[in-house]
Write a protein of this length. Structure first.
Length: 95
């Protein structure tokens, strides 16, 4: 199963675009910060990751403010010619 849920802030939003099939698309950079328990110890976690939204989700995300915090759900995938996985956002809700 490839399912991801992440609370993060929108750090950067790329220009709205369309896929070759005409589907709205939006590239984003998300920033996450939290505290988790690992091996019995509290650990501060920070992560910056690329994200991609398509269709109606891309249109909704494009109207949100940079710096706003959301709970994103989706899946991880590597681009065809890329090395690093990106979060493909299927939905998001107010945190």
């Amino acid at each position: 199963m490839n399912q991801t849920r992440l609370t993060a802030c929108i750090a950067e939003v790329g220009a709205a675009r369309h896929t070759p099939a005409g589907v709205p698309a939006l590239d984003l950079r998300l920033e996450h910060e939290s505290s988790v328990e690992e091996a019995g110890q509290q650990r501060q976690v920070k992560a910056v990751l690329k994200a991609i939204a398509l269709g109606a989700v891309a249109e909704r995300l494009g109207r949100q403010a940079v710096g706003s915090r959301w709970c994103f759900t989706g899946f991880l995938a590597s681009p065809r010619h890329g090395r690093h996985a990106a979060l493909h956002i299927k939905d998001f809700q107010q945190d």
